[in-house]
Design a protein around this ligand. Sequence first.
Ligand SMILES: [Fe+2]
Ligand SMILES: [Fe+2]
Length: 281
Amino acid sequence: MSNPASPALVIAQLSDPHIFSAGQLMEGRVDTAEHLRQAFREVDRMQPAVNCVLLTGDLVNNGTPQEYANLSAVMGSNINRVVVVAGNHDDRSELRSTFPQLQGIGSAYEPLHYAVDLPSIGDDVDRSIVVLDTTVPGLHGGELDEGDLRWLYDALDLRRDRQVLIAQHHPPYLSGIDFMDDYCLKGASAEAEVLQLFTNIVGVVCGHLHRPSIAAFGGTIAVTAPSTAAQVSPDLNGGVTAYTNEPGMFAVHRWDAGSFVTHFRTIEPLDAWSPSWALAK
Ligand SMILES: [Fe+2]
Ligand SMILES: [Fe+2]
């Protein structure tokens, strides 16, 4: 079946890069800075061109000024083009200092809740990303309190005339990977109740889990993007925190007037090959 695709907005979601100070590797073995550089090189190679790059938290590992300085050096001019979500390894004040687009959104340590209105691509559909800060300073688990949920309701209520994507760090569902679910999101069921009041939410995109996963949530779909740095083991028996030898990865969302589709790909260029039957056509 061949069906020409309609024009669409393409969002690259890079998550959990966990940048360290210059020259330092994650656990002495993963060059997270090089992984993030590689992810941006891959994003820049994509066709059609990516319209928006979303960074869904844990941009650095320990929240220090030295790590944010290294993040700035690694990202270069990409610093100015990204939509940033706070993660539990981040520091809100350092995020505001590092990303010019975040200055003016609340004071230094307030939650980084905000919305970005996106350009319409080839159709008349207006779209927004609503960024929700699920972090609690000093904790690895997330929480949405009454104030956060009121902000979310108001942000969605203002945007009933458009399609909305919600971006947040902590996924609002349990993954079944016990050592990650220990740091889950409190207030997720209350968030679902808010989302169920709206019919224009195309999805909730998250990070934190360090691997791709999908769940029904609040009348829409929630997904986690894998990490550009390292993926956690998908072992549903839980146990000790463990990573795998999978490559760094990121998510690509294709959003047109009628659909929102998520793909996952590696940060490394892929060698594509065609089967003989396709070449013979
Ligand atoms: Fe992370
Ligand atoms: Fe996290």
